[in-house]
Design a protein around this ligand. Sequence first.
Ligand SMILES: [Zn+2]
Length: 292
Amino acid sequence: MKRLFALALCLAAWTAPQRVAAITGDKPEFKKLADDVYVYIGKRNDANAMVVVTSQGVVVIDTGNNQPETRNIQKHIQAITPLPVRYVIITQDHGDHVGGTPLFSPPAAVIVHQRVAKAWAGLKPHLVKAWRKRFAERVEVLKDFHPADLVMSFTDRMTLRLGGKIMELIYVDDTYNPGDVAVWLPQSGVLHGSFAAYKERHPDIRPDYSHGTTWGMLKQLEALIPLKPKFIVPAHGPVGDVRDLQAMVDYLLIARQRVRGMMDKGMSLEAVKKAFHMNEYKDWDRGVKGQR
Ligand SMILES: [Zn+2]
């Protein structure tokens, strides 16, 4: 049944209209959200990243949509501090979030959920090779490096402390969530909510695509809302606040209720897919085709 909900929601992503309210600008933006906390907003809803500067070095959260974006993030970091990137935190195991990691690591340690760590440890040789070659200027440094070499992982919660800054990593258990995590900065009220924290954007949930289920997403939102974040950085799209988390809860409940109603009438999966809509959210972003 979970699959049915998920498929139906996926359909929502593809049938939503073009008129959108939550598309980011044509150029990426690097801006300060709070003391020592910066966000890199990807252009036209490319993947976002976050940068936390401390007296002991820098923490990067997600690594940019592609190599030029990662280099751009690095330039912004170098413009604000001479200190090295000490940690990279990955909020989801998709190329547009992890792909820039080899620009920072080694020497930076990489923190991922343990499911992601397991996947990286088992990466096929051609993927390890591609990892080493991702940045031409780093080929020598990465010659004998394996992506799992500097990985630290956790299961439910982890607190990272660096230079007086506290970062809490949160994973909400969901069989279908292979490692999407949130990062909470209690001192500044900033949350990187990853996939669960989209602002006015249809969530592209699919069991075969690795963002979990509507139910799992609701559980994540239930854990994040009580934090009352002032600023929320989603995986893609503009910065939001706690109201956007609540809006996503409403969206998911409507979607689930709609599918449940059709199932109760005995409709087939095909019929449900055909009839399903999220017309209440016509002005939400569907994302650029092919984007995650
Ligand atoms: Zn993405």
